[in-house]
Ligand binder design. Structure first.
Ligand SMILES: C[S@@+](CC[C@H](N)C(=O)[O-])C[C@H]1O[C@@H](n2cnc3c(N)ncnc32)[C@H](O)[C@@H]1O
Length: 239
């Protein structure tokens, strides 16, 4: 069991910095035509995907590498009588879609846990020429010491955490234009037990295991002790 499995066990609906409040902020400013094609990479339990489908009447595909996340996302869509499609994928560094398929690609706290440049190039590839990316990611407040990076790797599985400025350069190098940081702020721990008052969160038995408790404690202690080294950004970029 790792940190992401614990998030899945709690059925966390907005397991990203800024939480659902941050998601609502960019969603309120987003313009999307009815019927647009949306891809959410690392959709987790589908809270954002369902909110997008409900608000804009768009066609949403959510993909995730964790079965528990995909199952909970499907359950959420069913409970809300919405029709996003959720797919379990094993593609870590290649998106299983043709070039220029989507009007919006979305990722919330996903890219940083992957080979970053490879995945950002993939976001660019699957977007249509007028399409846009919204990506919410953890960022380092300043370059991190090797001790902190080791702990980040042990706890979250990320081998590297770019600064806000480095994130922008990464999107630009992949070919994105008009790259903006539309929100930034301090990172606080994800409170998995009361996460954003998500009424449709489905909690599994494993959430109450000793192993899960130890990971929750490790995360809380890490954030209390080292949280000042981290911030987050919500980036908007155009194909
Ligand atoms: C921190 S959680 C965030 C989940 C969701 N975006 C949210 O905000 O609640 C990261 C999620 O990304 C998924 N993930 C990580 N790398 C992925 C990849 N390359 N493709 C698809 N899903 C991925 C994990 O399984 C996990 O569900």
């Amino acid at each position: 069991m790792d940190y992401h499995d614990v998030l899945a066990a709690f059925g966390a609906g907005s397991a990203h910095p800024g939480g659902f409040k941050g998601t609502s902020f960019w969603m309120d400013r987003l313009q999307l035509k009815e019927g647009s094609q949306v891809l959410e990479v690392g959709c987790g339990t589908g809270r954002t995907a369902c909110a997008l489908a409900e608000k804009f009447h768009v066609k949403v595909i959510g993909i995730d590498i964790r079965q528990a996340m995909v199952e909970k996302a499907k359950k959420r869509a069913q409970m809300m009588s919405l029709d996003p499609v959720f797919i379990l994928t094993d593609h870590l560094d290649a998106l299983p879609f043709p070039d220029q398929t989507f009007d919006l690609v979305l990722a919330e706290s996903v890219t940083v846990f992957n080979p970053i440049e490879t995945l950002v190039n993939e976001y660019h590839r699957v977007l249509r020429p007028s399409g846009q990316l919204i990506d919410t990611e953890m960022a380092a407040s300043s370059p991190l010491s090797s001790e902190i990076l080791t702990e980040v790797q042990e706890l979250y599985g990320a081998t590297r955490v770019p600064t806000l400025k480095e994130w922008k350069t990464i999107y630009q190098s992949a070919g994105f234009h008009r790259v903006q940081t539309i929100i930034s702020g301090p990172v606080r721990e994800v409170d998995m037990q009361s996460e954003g008052h998500d009424a449709l969160a489905v909690v599994s038995q494993e959430a109450f295991s000793k192993e899960a408790s130890a990971i929750v404690d490790h995360n809380l202690n890490f954030m209390l002790d080292k949280g000042k080294w981290f911030q987050y950004g919500v980036f908007q970029a155009f194909q």
